[in-house]
Design a protein. Structure first.
Length: 262
């Protein structure tokens, strides 16, 4: 894997990683996570694509400024990485908060996004279907070990957890400062791309697990209904980390979409 740094417009250093061969595929991770989010599945794409990832500001090897973060800012960081690598146009695959970032990136920079995959994500704002209050309370409980178990169970099925008890790369960057974790939470919660989604020109695949309570599955239909050229792939029985646990289904579906003829 090749690594380097891009300079965001505000001077923040953004660490990036490149691996594989072929046209560029930009991978955007979930909230409070770095590029290791993709460790379990990244190799699936590398026969057909040069995978490009980066550590969000506040995570991994990127700078961690204690200033307000936003999804728009994360999208600008993604553009800075593409610019640093001389990539004019890339396929983009964003999951969870990465899907929110991908929405903004594609809507505001249509010439930079060839095809778009939005996984387990939400349009945000008042039109989105929010997780239930029971889920919110369970994640916010004072017993942090219990809250961590709840998060695992929202990401993966009991059958998966029985074989792979963790720790999991998808449940947060363990070295992330608390202030940055809070900045990520605020950025994600303030996302509202409802009015932006119709501006997405890229052909789009919306992927979601049918048993996702962390980000309810109904959001997939909402997003696909707002993007002019969008289709849906629902992964039966999958929870939030569908791309890892149901890799044998999700990976090929994404590859078929990215490599199919227009």
């Amino acid at each position: 894997m090749k690594t380097g740094f891009a300079a965001a417009p505000d001077g923040t250093r953004i660490a990036y990683q490149i691996e594989g061969e072929g046209p560029a595929l930009l991978l955007l991770a979930g909230q409070a996570n770095n590029h290791h989010w993709w460790d379990g599945v990244r190799e699936d794409f590398q026969a057909d694509r040069t995978t490009v990832s980066f550590d969000y500001r506040g995570t991994g090897e990127s700078d961690k400024p204690d200033v307000p973060y936003s999804i728009d800012l994360f999208a600008q960081d993604a553009l800075a990485v593409l610019d640093a690598l001389g990539i004019e146009s890339a396929d983009v695959y964003g999951t969870s908060m990465g899907g929110r970032t991908a929405q903004v990136l594609a809507a505001k920079n249509p010439r930079r996004v060839r095809r778009l995959v939005l996984g387990c994500t939400s349009p945000g704002g008042p039109q989105a279907i929010e997780r239930g209050n029971d889920v919110r309370r369970a994640l916010a409980q004072a017993d942090r070990a219990a809250a961590a178990r709840v998060l695992d169970e929202l990401m993966y099925t009991p059958e998966w957890l029985a074989v792979y008890p963790g720790p999991h790369q998808t449940t947060g960057d363990p070295a992330m400062p608390d202030f940055a974790r809070g900045r990520h939470l605020v950025a994600s919660s303030r996302h509202d791309a409802w009015d932006l989604l119709p501006r997405i020109e890229a052909e789009t695949l919306v992927v979601h697990g049918t048993e996702d309570r962390f980000n309810p599955t109904e959001n997939a239909q909402l997003i696909a209904g707002r993007i002019p050229r969008a289709g849906i792939e629902l992964i039966e029985g999958a929870r939030h980390a569908y791309f890892e646990e149901f890799r044998a289904l999700a990976g090929p579906a994404v590859i078929r979409f990215l490599t199919s003829q227009p």
